[in-house]
Design a protein around this ligand. Structure first.
Ligand code: FE2
Length: 298
């Protein structure tokens, strides 16, 4: 039974210099770690809140409709929250600081990604996971790989940095599942094929921001089929992982099968990485699915 491995790195600062030789060899290892579908865990790397920011550790900052408070790159306003202007400015500054820290961390750990990884959005997640009502498709407590319904990636990788901010020492508890090729082998045969003209229609209806590639269609099918399958949820190889408060972890969430089971108060930065910028593009979900289907998908 194969489970997604966790590799630990005892780094405790966000912007380690990539210049010295010792860190450069560790850097090469870091891209190999995440590209092979492992989670890079930094148990000593915390995100320190400023004294006036601790008030944001409360569900009341959520607007109740969205589970995350989100700042998309290039957008002026936060999504998923409401409040007085000065509160929102402080909240936004907190998200921007985490985004800057995460980008510095990615540049330090993955020099080969530094120029090519494009920040997409940063989120603050003040709501508790346990007991959150949602549809099966939106239920992130079911094992899945990430795929964006409205924002097709065209094959680009979803690289994510997570930090558990919980002030009471509560871990962020995930289940992690089997390697991507194993998941795809089981679920791809049941994937629906895209209808002719489907991508153009979704774009015209503004369901998607750009045409959905064959790759994006199949990734959404894998996401939905995994979540909808009770037997897969129970029987797929899996393991519980607790990410302690005050720790950070990095992974390609389009590759690592994961389910968020419990926890509250987390920061997350998403970056998009072109497949061509990888150390080994053959490990990407795009190339795995192209080999399995025998077709170019993006
Ligand atoms: Fe996810």
């Amino acid at each position: 039974m194969q489970i997604t491995p966790l590799e630990k790195l005892s780094l405790d600062s966000w912007g380690r210099s990539a210049d010295d030789d010792a860190s450069r060899s560790a850097n090469d290892d870091a891209s190999e770690t995440v590209e092979s579908g492992h989670i890079l865990h930094l148990p000593r790397l915390a995100f320190a809140l400023l004294p006036h920011e601790t008030r944001f550790l409360s569900e009341r900052w959520s607007d109740g409709r969205s589970k995350n408070i989100t700042l998309r790159s290039g957008e002026p306003t936060l999504r998923g929250t409401s409040g007085a202007d000065d509160d929102l400015a402080a909240l936004r500054a907190m998200l921007e600081r985490f985004a800057a820290h995460s980008q510095a961390l990615i540049a330090a750990l993955f020099p080969r990604y530094a120029q090519r990884a494009v920040p997409a959005h940063v989120t603050f997640r003040p709501c508790t996971i346990a007991g959150r009502a949602s549809s099966v498709r939106k239920d992130d407590s079911r094992l899945h790989v990430d795929a964006f319904p409205a924002n097709p990636t065209g094959g680009a990788r979803i690289l994510r940095v997570f930090t558990n901010l919980n002030p009471d020492g509560e871990p962020r508890t995930w289940r992690v599942g089997e390697p991507f090729p194993e998941l795809a082998k089981k679920l791809l045969p049941r994937a629906r094929r895209a209808w002719p003209g489907e991508a153009a229609l979704l774009r015209a209806l503004r369901v998607t921001r750009r045409p959905r590639s064959g790759y994006d269609h199949l990734m959404l099918e894998l996401h939905d089929k995994a979540k909808a399958d009770d037997l897969y949820q129970r029987r797929a190889p899996q393991e519980r992982v607790d990410f302690p408060a005050g720790s950070t972890w990095i992974l390609f969430s389009d590759q690592v099968s994961h389910a968020a089971m419990s926890g509250q108060h987390m920061m997350e930065q998403t970056l998009m990485l072109p497949v061509a910028a990888m150390r080994d593009p053959e490990t990407s979900p795009l190339r795995v699915l192209e080999r399995m289907t025998g077709q170019p998908l993006a």
